[in-house]
Design a binder for this molecule. Structure first.
Ligand code: NAP
Ligand code: COA
Length: 265
């Protein structure tokens, strides 16, 4: 149950990259619940259609945009489709990302580049495509990063570099676009239960339990908890917030690299 009033975002139009699953899907459903019309973007049409149906069945408006965020020209077209259909764009959430565990020395140049392309270049591509529409009425961008941006994390140098780049991009765009009343912020989730990220990256079995107990708040986070922070940022409650990265990680970052060091052995 959200602490925010339903309908808070009525009249607004949002685009969520990576909106077909996990955290992005949760955010898309939440924005729709707050009254926004929501465009879902990702590579797999079926995943997008499933989330659009959930939104539609609950009385909301959703559209699907099967697209790869690495293709800048296709993103321009996708954003134009949104504006053609609903007349405006107010909110962009960049949640599309790729990650896997790999020792740096074993990672191919293409493997490193694939993650930088999806996460960092994809985020830039979407921001750039959205800008001409966001600047008309002011608006909000929220980039989903990760604690790996700042905490040295074994086996994820590709994702860490990409997310660190996104956090810097967040601050640069926040400064450049503040005069156009576009706020640009990031949210860095910690380990969020029931997600693809956790199933790919977290240790399994007993090791997972050991890691969970080390989280200062003593548990995994939830998709709902990420949605709460995103809702705050795009709502009038966040009106004076721009250029920040909100850690929503149960205090995990306070421990630095410590919880992850076992991954190195
Ligand atoms: P997820 O369900 O796999 O979400 C990633 C989404 O991005 C998928 O829907 C995927 O759909 C889409 N995507 C991937 N490559 C794409 C591309 N080239 N173009 C367009 N869309 C693409 O994973 P998640 O765990 O919920 O992660 C969501 C976000 O939260 C990511 O930014 C991740 O880094 C961040 N995060 C997650 C955690 C966690 O604990 N899960 C922690 C920290 C940060 P398609 O494959 O169909 O394109
Ligand atoms: N370990 C090491 N390298 C890997 C890898 C792994 N587990 N998975 C992929 N790669 C490498 C590939 O070998 C390839 O490099 P190469 O050409 O030198 O062999 C490169 O990465 C690109 O792989 P490819 O499968 O062609 O990329 P893609 O663009 O189809 O997919 C990924 C991108 C690899 C990030 C894929 O995991 C993905 O689509 N992820 C999206 C979902 C996700 O990761 N969710 C969690 C978010 S936290």
């Amino acid at each position: 149950m959200s602490v925010f009033v339903d309908g808070l975002l009525r009249g607004q139009v949002a685009l969520v990259t990576g909106g077909g699953s996990g955290i992005g899907a949760g955010i898309a459903v939440r924005l729709a619940k707050q009254g926004a019309k929501v465009a879902l973007l990702g590579r797999t049409a079926e995943k997008l259609t499933n989330i659009a149906k959930i939104i539609g069945d609950a009385g909301g408006d959703a559209m699907t945009l099967p697209c790869d965020v690495r293709q800048a020209a296709l993103l321009d077209t996708a954003v134009s489709e949104v504006v053609q259909k609903w007349g405006r764009l107010d909110i962009l959430v960049n949640s599309a990302a790729g990650n896997f565990l790999s020792p740096a020395a074993a990672l191919s140049a293409n493997g490193f580049r694939a993650v930088i392309d999806i996460d960092l270049c994809g985020t830039f591509n979407a921001c750039r495509a959205a800008f001409p529409h966001l600047e008309k009425n002011g608006g909000n961008i929220v980039n989903i990063t990760a604690t790996q941006a700042n905490i040295p994390t074994p086996l994820q140098c590709h994702a860490g570099a990409a997310k660190a780049g996104i956090e810097k991009l967040t601050r640069d765009l926040a400064l450049e676009w503040a005069r156009m009343k576009i706020r640009v912020n990031a949210v860095a989730p910690g380990p969020i239960e029931g997600t693809e990220g956790m199933s790919r990256l977290a240790p399994q079995g007993e090791a997972a339990e050991t890691l969970r107990k080390r989280v200062p708040l003593g548990r995994w986070g939830t998709i709902e908890e990420i949605c709460e922070t995103v809702t705050f940022l795009v709502s009038p409650a966040g009106a004076y917030v721009t250029g920040t990265t909100f850690l929503v990680d149960g205090g995990t970052s306070l421990l630095g690299a410590a919880p992850f060091l076992e991954l190195m052995v």
